[in-house]
Design a protein around this ligand. Structure first.
Ligand SMILES: Nc1ncnc2c1ncn2[C@@H]1O[C@H](COP(=O)(O)OP(=O)(O)OP(=O)(O)O)[C@@H](O)[C@H]1O
Ligand SMILES: [Mg+2]
Length: 470
C-alpha cells in the first residue's frame, strides 16, 4: 500500500497492490487506487458522528449529576438553615426533608431530636433562672455575691436599695467600683479569706443613717470549692431606733422621777433638821413639796395612761361609739377656758356640726386637750388659737393651730416620743412632763389614726389628728 501523487489525476491517491499466488507461484497482481480526499471525507463524517454522540452523552451526564447533587445538597442546605435557627434560639417547628437517602433522613431526625432536647433544657434553665431571680428580688434582705476576684456576681434589688446602688449593669464589675462603703468592702474581703461564716454591724449613709446587720458566707460550687462570697444584709435601723427609744425612755423616766424626789427628800431633811420650828418657812417648804408630789403624780398618771393605751390598742378592746366631733372639741376648749383667760388668748372653733367619728370620747377629748394646752403654753399672751375639724378625702382631720414660738424642723421627727422636749428647761419650768404629745399619738393610734405636725420656728405650729371616716 502506498500514498502517492497521481500526475494523471492530479491528486493524492492511495494505491493498493495485492499479489495473486497460485501453486506457490506468482500468477498476477491486482492493483487498485482511490483518491485520499474520498477517504478523508468518509473519516470526517465518522468523526463528526462520534463527536455528536459524545456531546449528547456528556450533556446527559451533566444533567443527571446536577439532579443527583441537587437531591443531596437541598436537604443539607435545609439542615444547615435549621441548625442556624437553633443556634439563634429561634427554632419553632421540626425540620421535614424530602430525601430518599436513609442517612439524610436519620441526620434530620437527629437534628430535630437535638433541637427538642435543647429547647427543653433552655426552658428548664430559663424557668429555674426566673424562679431564683424572683426569689432574690422579692427578698427583703439584701443579697450580694462576689467571685474570688472580688467582682460582683449578683446584687439583688434590696441590696441595691440598701447600698444606694443601681442593681443593673453591676455584674462583673469590681466591688470597689460598686460599693463605696469601706467597712463593707473590708467585710467582703474578710468573708472571702475566711472559712467560717462572719457577721458584723454596719452603718451606711451620712444624712439618713441606716444600720445593717451583715452575714457573710463563703460561696462554694457543687464540688465544694470556694468560688467567692455571699453577703446577706438586714436592715436593723428600726430595731436600733426602738432600742435607743427604750434606753432613752428608761433614762428619762428615772431622771424625771428623780428630780422631784431629790427635791422632796432635801426639804424633808431640812424640816427634820429643825426647819419645822420656823412655821413660815416650813409652810413654804411644804408647798414646794406638795407641788413636787403633784408633779410626780402627773408623771405617773401620764405613764400609766400611756401604758394602758398601748395595751388597749394592742387588744382593740377600747369602748368606741359614734361621736359628734364638735362635742369633743367644745368640751376640750371648755376645759382650757381658765388657762386661756389667764393668757388672754381666744380659742376659735371651726367644725361642721354634722361631723361624726367613731371614737372613745374621753380619750379623744384628752388628746385635743393636750394639743390646746401646748398651743396655749407655747404662745405669747394675747394671741389666738384655732381648733378646726373637717373631712379630707378618707379622713377626719382635727387640727390645732397656734401662732406661737414654733419648732425647728430638726426636732419634728422625734417630737412625739416620750419625754422629748425641744427646750428641756423651759418646758419643765412650764410644768410639762414631755409626755403630752406621746399620749396624743397613742390615742390617735388607738383609734386607727395618726398624728402630724407642721411648724415654722418663730411663726407657729399646727398639730393634726387624723382619724378614719366611719
Ligand atoms: N404648740 C407648740 N408650739 C411649740 N412647741 C411645742 C408645741 N407643742 C409641743 N411643743 C414642743 O414639744 C415638746 C413636747 O410636747 P409635750 O406636750 O409632749 O410635752 P410638754 O408640753 O413639755 O409636757 P406635757 O406632758 O405636760 O404636755 C414640748 O416640750 C415643746 O418643746
Ligand atoms: Mg404638752
Amino acid at each position: 500500500m502506498a500514498l502517492r501523487f497521481s500526475n494523471t489525476l492530479e491528486e493524492q491517491m492511495m494505491y493498493l497492490a495485492v499479489p495473486i499466488i497460485r501453486d506457490e507461484k506468482l500468477s498476477g497482481v491486482v492493483r487498485t487506487s482511490i483518491p485520499i480526499t474520498f477517504i478523508e471525507r468518509a473519516l470526517r463524517s465518522i468523526e463528526f458522528k462520534i463527536g455528536g454522540v459524545g456531546l449528547a452523552v456528556a450533556l446527559m451526564a451533566a444533567g443527571i449529576s446536577l439532579m443527583v447533587s441537587r437531591r443531596i445538597s437541598r436537604p443539607l442546605e435545609q439542615m444547615k438553615q435549621s441548625a442556624e435557627t437553633i443556634s439563634r434560639g429561634e427554632w419553632k417547628e421540626p425540620l421535614t426533608v424530602d430525601s430518599d437517602s436513609v442517612e439524610i433522613s436519620a441526620l434530620s431526625n437527629a437534628l430535630n431530636q437535638m433541637a427538642l432536647q435543647l429547647e427543653d433544657r433552655i426552658e428548664t434553665i430559663t424557668s429555674q433562672h426566673n424562679e431564683s431571680e424572683a426569689v432574690l428580688s422579692s427578698m427583703v434582705e439584701g443579697v450580694l455575691a462576689v467571685d474570688a476576684e472580688e467582682k460582683v456576681i449578683r446584687l439583688n434589688k434590696a441590696a441595691g436599695k440598701l447600698l444606694d446602688i443601681e442593681p443593673d449593669h453591676v455584674e462583673g464589675r469590681p466591688i470597689e467600683e460598686v460599693v463605696r462603703n469601706s467597712h463593707l468592702r473590708e467585710f467582703i474581703e474578710r468573708t472571702l479569706s475566711g472559712i467560717e461564716n462572719v457577721e458584723t454591724d454596719l452603718t451606711i449613709g451620712n444624712q439618713n443613717e441606716i444600720f445593717l446587720q451583715a452575714h457573710g458566707a463563703v460561696l462554694k460550687d457543687i464540688l465544694d470549692k470556694s468560688i467567692g462570697a455571699v453577703i446577706v444584709l438586714n436592715d436593723v435601723t428600726r430595731l436600733r431606733r426602738l432600742e435607743t427609744v427604750r434606753r432613752d425612755f428608761v433614762a428619762n423616766v428615772s431622771h424625771e422621777l428623780k428630780t422631784p424626789i431629790t427635791l422632796i427628800k432635801g426639804f424633808v431633811e431640812t424640816l427634820q433638821q429643825g426647819a419645822l420650828e420656823n412655821r413660815e418657812e416650813a409652810e413654804r417648804f411644804l408647798n414646794i413639796m406638795s407641788k413636787q408630789v403633784e408633779r410626780l403624780n402627773a408623771i405617773i398618771e401620764d405613764l400609766l395612761s400611756l401604758s394602758r393605751l398601748e395595751q388597749d390598742s394592742g387588744k382593740s378592746e377600747m369602748a368606741m361609739e359614734k361621736t359628734k366631733v364638735t362635742q369633743v372639741l367644745e368640751s376640750a376648749i371648755r376645759d382650757c377656758e381658765r388657762k386661756a383667760q389667764e393668757k388672754n388668748t381666744s380659742i376659735q372653733l371651726d367644725c361642721p356640726n354634722e361631723l361624726e367619728v367613731y371614737a372613745n370620747s374621753p380619750l379623744l377629748n384628752q388628746a385635743v386637750l393636750n394639743l390646746v394646752d401646748n398651743a396655749l403654753k407655747y404662745s405669747e399672751p394675747g394671741g389666738e388659737i384655732k381648733v378646726e375639724a373637717s373631712e379630707i378625702e378618707t379622713e377626719i382631720v382635727i387640727a390645732v393651730q397656734d401662732w406661737g414660738c414654733g419648732i425647728d424642723s430638726a426636732h419634728l421627727p422625734r417630737l412625739f416620743e416620750r419625754f422629748y422636749r425641744v427646750d428641756q428647761a423651759r418646758s419643765r419650768q412650764l410644768g410639762g412632763t414631755g409626755l403630752g404629745l406621746a399620749i396624743v399619738k397613742h390615742i390617735a393610734q388607738a383609734h386607727k389614726g395618726s398624728v402630724s405636725v407642721n411648724s415654722t420656728l418663730g411663726k407657729g405650729s399646727r398639730f393634726s389628728i387624723h382619724l378614719p371616716i366611719i
